[in-house]
Ligand binder design. Structure first.
Ligand code: CP
Ligand code: NVA
Length: 342
């Protein structure tokens, strides 16, 4: 049986109970929403990851932190990782998950999103949404008195990016000064990675085909954050130039959920952006390969790279659980129930 721990865990244990970032984040984020990485400060992003590492190392400490908390997941799109990691996160901290399949009934169609929010907040402690329109998430957040978490919209996938940078911290020890390269569509995953990288002091390089670059507003925000943190966000159109000197190369599908009608047009445009062994050779010799999954094998990434020794894709997937547990603990005030935090 293959070991889950293929990558050496290099993050030292941190005294989380005394960590000022975590204590400040616990106070500020309790009751807040998580719609975008841009809603967080750099210290709060660091805190979520630090707590995530501790939750991963000491899961028993947090087993009753969210006792009796009710979470609803309302998903307009398919999911494997996000649904199961959120359900496992709440179930292993004492709470309970209720899944509502919205794939055949988009939110806002049967009744207004505000009315959904005003009902659901009466029964549950947190609302986890996977939607098409990002506005569905912000509208739910504006109307619900319980935290709303973005579990992917067309615009952002913040929980993914938190788990991904947690995997990078495990692998490299820190992401400060790390050269992080994303190759492919300037999509939801790209947006959240750009923001998270900037928050954590990484140099972020994005290579997309012309016309598929990330949203300019997100780029502007990410660059403002990067400037404060002494790092940079570069936009290129050449995947080879972007790969040069990279510590991590990340890609995602070129046809996201909801864009299927554009497959025929997009596939040839994105072919030169495939991550294959030749592209990986242009990165640093110890570079890692990353993907949010699901992957379209031999389209945006070859089997050799996805299954190869540089790939950390399943560590990323595993860390969805730990990063989301950390986020739930902070948004739901769960640390107040953890003995070592008393
Ligand atoms: N990476 C990710 O969000 O996977 P799912 O679509 O399976 O949830
Ligand atoms: N960009 C992809 C990510 C899936 C996890 C999508 O939105 O479909």
């Amino acid at each position: 049986m293959a070991s889950r721990a293929t990558i050496e865990r290099s993050v030292p244990a941190v005294p989380v109970q005394k960590d000022p970032d975590i204590l400040a984040a616990a106070a500020r984020l309790s009751g807040e929403d998580m719609c975008s990485i841009a809603d967080l400060s750099s210290a709060e992003v660091r805190a979520i990851l630090k707590l995530g590492h501790d939750v991963k190392s000491n899961p028993r400490e947090y087993r009753h932190a969210l006792d009796a908390k009710q979470m609803v997941l309302m998903f307009e799109k398919a999911s494997l990782r996000t649904r199961l990691s959120f359900e496992t996160a709440i179930n292993t901290t004492g709470g309970n998950a209720i899944f509502v399949d919205q794939t055949g009934s988009p939110l806002g169609e049967r009744e207004s999103i505000a009315d959904v929010a005003r009902n659901v907040e009466r029964w549950v402690d947190v609302i986890v949404l996977r939607t098409y329109a990002h506005d569905t998430i912000t509208e739910m957040a504006a109307n619900a008195r319980v935290p709303v978490i973005n579990a992917l919209s067309d615009f952002e996938h913040p929980c993914q990016a938190l788990a991904d940078f947690m995997a990078l911290e495990e692998h490299f020890g820190t992401t400060v000064g790390l050269n992080f390269t994303y190759v492919g569509d300037g999509n939801n995953v790209c947006h959240s990675l750009m923001l998270t990288g900037a928050q954590l002091g990484a140099n972020v390089t994005i290579a997309t085909p012309r016309g598929y670059s990330p949203d300019i507003e997100i780029v502007t925000i990410a660059r403002e954050i990067a400037e404060k943190n002494g790092c940079e966000v570069r936009l290129l159109q050449d995947p080879h130039a972007a790969a040069e000197g990279a510590d991590a190369i990340y890609t995602d599908v070129c046809v996201s959920m909801g864009m299927e009608h554009e497959s025929t047009k997009r596939e040839p445009i994105f072919r030169p952006f495939q991550v294959n062994e030749a592209l990986m050779k242009e990165a640093k010799p110890n570079a890692v390969f990353m993907h949010c999954l699901p992957a379209r094998r031999n389209a945006e990434v070859t089997d050799e790279v996805l299954d190869g020794p540089q790939s950390i894709v399943f560590d990323q997937a595993e860390n969805r659980l730990h990063a989301e547990k950390s986020l739930l603990l902070l948004l739901l005030g769960g640390l107040a129930n953890v003995q070592s935090f008393q």
